[in-house]
Ligand binder design. Structure first.
Ligand code: ROI
Length: 167
């Protein structure tokens, strides 16, 4: 049975916009998985050290036949193929792919916490999620609309829809 999963994408190195666009088409190529929707591109100031470039962020909604940890394996393989660089804690990175939500599940294993730990405090996750599904309920955390209200936008900007073949 397939599950709907939301994936957070972020990059602030090596042509971030292209990193995100290419990653979206890579997501669509994962076995038993397709991208149903994406949020379009957002620019956001860095959370973490401020002496790094702004990020480009997006969220993708997938439908997948994979178990959560197999999906995580696939995401890590895409990150590695993008030559993922991560120089310091909360520092700049080529490509970050996070499982934000996996169906209605709450998962807590050594490798994976779902819903994603930082979800409720991160404007660069909440605003793109809202673009895809404004009436979303986040398991264990409540209505997305309430989480957005509690996290006022401070610097995030919508850059527009993504110009490629993904839906
Ligand atoms: N900050 C922003 N704005 N966007 C991100 O995707 C992002 N990712 C991260 C940290 C370093 C926490 N900061 C970020 O992993």
């Amino acid at each position: 049975m397939s599950v709907r999963a939301f994936i957070g994408l972020g990059s602030n190195l090596e042509n971030p916009r292209l990193q995100i666009e290419n990653a979206l088409s890579d997501l669509n190529k994962i076995e038993g998985t397709r991208v149903i929707k994406n949020s379009g591109l957002f620019q956001s100031p860095p959370m973490g050290p401020q002496d790094q470039p702004d990020y480009i962020n997006a969220v993708a909604l997938l439908e997948t036949d994979l178990e959560a940890e197999s999906l995580l394996d696939q995401l890590q393989s895409i990150e590695n193929r993008h030559g993922r660089v991560r120089s310091r804690h909360w520092g700049e990175r080529t490509l970050d792919l996070d499982i934000l939500l996996y169906g209605h599940e709450q998962i807590c294993t050594a490798r994976l916490t779902v819903p994603h730990q930082g979800l409720a405090e991160r404007e660069f996750v909440l605003y793109p999620l809202q673009k895809i599904q404004p009436d979303l309920i986040v398991p264990g955390k409540g209505a997305l609309a309430d989480l957005v209200k509690a996290c006022p936008a401070s610097g995030i900007a919508f850059l527009g829809t993504i110009n490629d073949s993904t839906p």
